[in-house]
Design a protein around this ligand. Structure first.
Ligand code: 57M
Length: 359
């Protein structure tokens, strides 16, 4: 909104010309999102405690987690509020890409909210059924895919990292592909969110990486120089990525070890859905596997663990999946697991940025 109200004033007051610049609005959108979480966080945590929305810890988990019972959860509500408010304040709202990404974020957050509500408030241990959860996610993600392929400047070709000349055109299949990216990202973040700050850290890293990709893709000279697809309006997604990073930092202030609040499925599904939608819009979909490589590693650890468990009638590759629990059971203190996983996600993000030059 600020862009629409203040930029036109630049004809009278040149200072408002600064609202034209995506970099300026990205920085202040990020700071706004951070400050909303930072200042509203204590109140939200008190409200969650008052409403007794405390984390239920399952028996079979690592013993160190039982002391976490009762930690307020569903803090993702604060993250989503901060993301929506800051995006509406600082982004160009005539850009439909912004609305598509916001829609995915809020819709996936709503699915997570229902799951959390049933589990934490109604004390129904399982929350939404796995089938119900995936069905809702599929409907939302396919709708996002439909919007992506129906827009006038739709480009259904895939961008393959490093290999510029390989751009397979998926046609209508791009709608399914978009849905898979968004659902995969949402559930990967959800699985990873099992230690204090473990999911929000790599989410911030991925948001910063996609800030660069979105800015480059939305800048015709840079896109041509880097030989990546030029995407009209993609530069505005830089602002959204700034909001994602800012809100993540603000939430991390309270979610860092020992966590005062957990984000809940409302937060993890919203953040993962947002990252998936950003990756599709910035046309760096496959690169999400590298940028979000830590999430991928966590999901693969579960797939291999469950597969091996079934094939060998009960043998395990890891002491427990996802991978973060394995290291916990090996005796690594929780903060050590968390920070080392953050380091891995930063290294993967740096490598993903290098693929812009390795073409
Ligand atoms: C999402 N949820 C955390 C919190 C957070 C197939 C299997 C791998 C599924 C997986 C699973 O249930 N995943 C669900 C992970 C949970 O966190 C809540 O969930 C929200 C995110 N969705 O916001 O509200 C627990 O994680 C801990 N936590 C923190 N700090 C945080 O900032 O300490 C979360 C956020 C919280 C808290 O203890 O209660 C979770 O781990 O469930 N299941 C598992 O991950 C289980 N692994 C497992 O069953 N492994 C088996 C399978 C693969 C065969 C095996 O390896 O043998 C582990 N998780 C739990 N207990 N809680 C172990 C059992």
């Amino acid at each position: 909104m600020l862009y629409h109200f203040l930029f036109p004033l630049h004809t009278s007051f040149s200072i408002f010309n600064v609202f034209r610049y995506i970099t300026f609005r990205t920085i202040y959108a990020s700071l706004t999102a951070f400050l909303i979480c930072f200042f509203l966080g204590p109140w939200v945590i008190r409200r969650l405690r008052k409403m007794q929305i405390g984390q239920y810890i399952r028996e079979e988990g690592p013993s160190t987690h039982h002391q976490k019972a009762g930690t307020p959860t569903m803090g993702g509500l604060l993250i989503i509020f901060s993301i929506v408010a800051s995006t509406l304040l600082w982004a160009d709202l005539t850009n439909w890409l912004i609305w598509m990404i916001l829609g995915v974020t809020v819709a996936f957050g709503a699915i997570g909210f229902v799951d959390d509500y049933l589990m934490q408030v109604k004390k129904r241990n399982k929350g939404l059924s796995v089938r119900g959860k995936f069905l809702l996610q599929t409907v939302v993600a396919l709708l996002a895919g439909l919007i992506v392929i129906l827009r006038p400047e739709a480009d259904t070709r895939l961008t393959v990292p490093i290999f510029k000349s390989i751009n397979p055109d998926l046609g209508w299949g791009y709608m399914i592909f978009t849905a898979l990216v968004i659902i995969g990202a949402a559930n990967a973040v959800n699985l990873t969110d099992g230690l204090d700050g473990l999911a929000i850290g790599p989410t911030i890293v991925a948001a910063v990486a996609y800030m660069v990709f979105a800015y480059a893709a939305g800048h015709i000279e840079i896109a041509q120089y880097l030989q990546i697809p030029y995407i009209v309006g993609s530069g505005e997604i830089t602002v959204f990525c700034g909001v994602l990073a800012g809100a993540g930092l603000g939430f991390l202030w309270f979610n860092t070890y020992p966590a005062q609040v957990f984000m809940g499925d409302v937060g993890s599904l919203a953040l993962g859905g947002a990252l998936g939608a950003v990756a599709v819009v910035a046309k760096q979909e496959i690169l999400l596997v590298i940028v979000g490589g830590l999430f991928v590693i966590e999901v693969l650890s579960v797939i291999f663990q469950v597969g091996f468990f079934k094939m060998t009638n009960g043998k395990r590759i890891f002491r427990m999946a996802p991978l973060h629990h394995h290291f916990e059971l090996k005796g690594w203190p929780e903060p050590k697991v968390i920070v080392r996983f953050w380091i891995i996600s930063i290294a993967l993000a740096l490598f993903s940025l290098s693929t812009l030059k390795i073409r």
